[in-house]
Design a protein around this ligand. Sequence first.
Ligand code: ARG
Ligand code: ZN
Length: 443
Amino acid sequence: SHPALKAVVISIYILAQVCPTAAFVENPSRAQVVRITATSDADLNFVRHVKHKFNLDAWRDVHQTNGSGDFFVPSHHIQVIRNLLKLHGIPFTILVDDPMRFISEHEKREVKLRLSRAVKRDNFRYKYLSYNQIHDFLESVQKKTSQANVYIDVIGKSFEGRDTPYVKITGKSHPRPKGTIFIDGGIHSREWISPAMAIEVIHRLALNTEQDPQVDQLLDMFDFIVVPLVNPDGYAYTFRPGENGGSTRMWRKSRSSNYSSHYSCYGVDLNRNFGYEWNDNPSYGGSSDPCSPSFSGPFSFSEPESQNLRRLLLSNKDDIKGYLSFHSYGQYMLYPWGYRQDVEIEDEHDLFHVAKVFRDVMLKNNYDYHVGGSAKSLYPAAGGSSDYVKGVIGVKYSYTLELPPVEGSTPYGFIIPEREVETIVTDTWKGIKALLFRLHYHT
Ligand code: ARG
Ligand code: ZN
């Protein structure tokens, strides 16, 4: 672009750095979600640099290949980031003006709907359960089942001292030594559909109120361990949406407070904290900055929440045949490696074909899933749980499942209205069943 223009923009940038709120912010109380498009490798690197430098929260991160990403930009950074993008000729649009207002309005609508809803057949089903309600649900499951078939315990406490429950479901018959399927949800707290999906799995397997014969078959093939909520502190925090102008609803990390000066920044990205090829360099998708939304922690397994999961994984190491970690959103079925893009995985063929069974079933139900390697399909992210489960626990079939909605379909992918939960989890369960049958055939 024009050199003079460049100079002007640079000086605006410098000025804005010196006095960020003085002259350039039109409405300092209003954040924006900005969709930034990176079409070349150079642009992609630049966008990642901006993201890192300003610790921007990606509501949808920009991919390795190209395309766009959606970033939450706090009001005091809006002008400087706009100027930077303009300077480098990188196209952007305002996707959501004042996202916090959107979230609080959404929450108000949800509360109203909940109050107006008639008494449901099952108080726990197809809902976003609070941390306490998850405990109540598990208690009700234990009351209806025998401890020999459904065993419920806790794997440890979170940073703030919350218990982290898990469920082991073995079924009634024990035809032969069985492998174990390990499932978790809620590593990232704002991805509410993830624990909801894990809870649906518990409901289906432990209670089988549908009397689905396929569930009996599955329980003849496998034992199941389900950890519905790996990050209870973060999750509880997202249930206080009235606070901080609604911004708690979009919290992603845990809530530890040890690592920044004056304890001003909270939390570790637990899906960057697992100990296989752990790396907090931003080019590996994490960060060494406690104020970053993808802070990797000071070292691998620094957090009680990731330690809790590790302990349960290690004590079942020899039995685990498959691992599924629920996240959202984007509709991706991802397998290792996630830590970097340029490493080949030796058994990709098998991982792909098992995942494709899921994809095919989901496609019949009108969900288009992408199947592929984590770093290649999405972006590099070292310290993810599914890399650890494959690399250290030694589980061949280790997956991260990015649940609906599909990318780009909505600007608010984490915020699915509660009335849509039933359809999503019921449909997804069909795909998971098919995947598990295929997995058994392979193992
Ligand atoms: N949404 C997940 C995260 O950011 C995806 C991780 C999958 N791994 C990857 N390398 N892309 O933690
Ligand atoms: Zn996630």
